[in-house]
Design a protein around this ligand. Structure first.
Ligand SMILES: Nc1nc2c(ncn2[C@@H]2O[C@H](COP(=O)(O)OP(=O)(O)OP(=O)(O)O)[C@@H](O)[C@H]2O)c(=O)[nH]1
Ligand SMILES: [Mg+2]
Length: 204
């Protein structure tokens, strides 16, 4: 559920990038951040160890146009993918409105993708969120590698809900915007439904 503040007429929607370590979450977020005009975004905060691994989490926020008279913001987060940082991941998932699962197409990482998805499902359950209905988009990243998991196999292994999915080469900024647009559209759709419910027929 997005945070809707009726007094200040503000809405915050939280989008979280999840997936195995080194799959490309931070790369996606850096690229999106670079595309948003400076005036409508905060700085990107990222804390990495050596070797690109996120130590804490990635975060920035961006302003959207008003929706139904509400100032609307997207808060974009990337979790640390390493198994060791589960408590940070769980904290970041609190209040999530939309998820992007960035899978690593490297053939040798099939198990890591599966483990990461399992871990996500467990954390959502611990919060009482419904994995079957939460807005979710898949990104099959690193399609530039030689030995990749075929898309059909990913669809079967990971995408049991039949969510929208995108192939990507995040280092070349391919598929990054398409993925982001898709999750934004799903989150906005959900938000509109929520507002319509609360305002009834007065809301268009
Ligand atoms: N070949 C290739 N490398 C990529 C691609 N996307 C990201 N990488 C590289 O993969 C490494 C890890 O990328 P990150 O974006 O830091 O991965 P992450 O998912 O944030 O990793 P954690 O923070 O540990 O969870 C970096 O060296 C990237 O340059 C891609 O599409 N193709
Ligand atoms: Mg990272």
């Amino acid at each position: 559920m997005p945070i809707i503040n009726y007094r200040t007429r503000e809405i915050n929607c939280k989008i979280v990038y999840v997936g195995p370590s080194l799959g490309g979450k931070t790369t996606n977020i850096q690229n999106i951040h670079g595309l948003v005009p400076e005036a409508s975004r905060t700085k990107l905060s990222s804390i990495d160890t050596e070797g690109d691994r996120t130590l804490f989490f990635d975060y920035f926020s961006m302003d959207l146009e008003e929706i139904a008279g509400f100032k609307t913001k997207f808060l974009i987060y990337g979790v640390p993918g390493q198994p060791y940082y589960r408590s940070t991941r769980k904290m970041v998932l609190n209040g999530v409105d939309g998820l992007v699962f960035v899978a690593d197409s490297d053939k040798s990482r099939v198990e890591d993708n599966l483990e990461s998805l399992q871990d996500l499902k467990e954390m959502l359950r611990e919060y009482g969120y419904d994995y079957q209905t939460i807005p979710l988009v898949y990104q099959y990243n690193k399609r530039d590698l030689f030995y990749v998991t075929p898309v059909e196999e990913f669809e079967e292994l990971l995408n049991e809900r039949g969510c929208r999915s995108f192939e990507a080469v995040a280092v070349q900024n391919k598929g990054v915007v398409e993925t982001f647009r898709a999750i934004c559209a799903e989150v906005i759709q959900r938000l509109n439904a929520t507002l319509a419910q609360q305002y009834g027929s007065a809301y268009r």
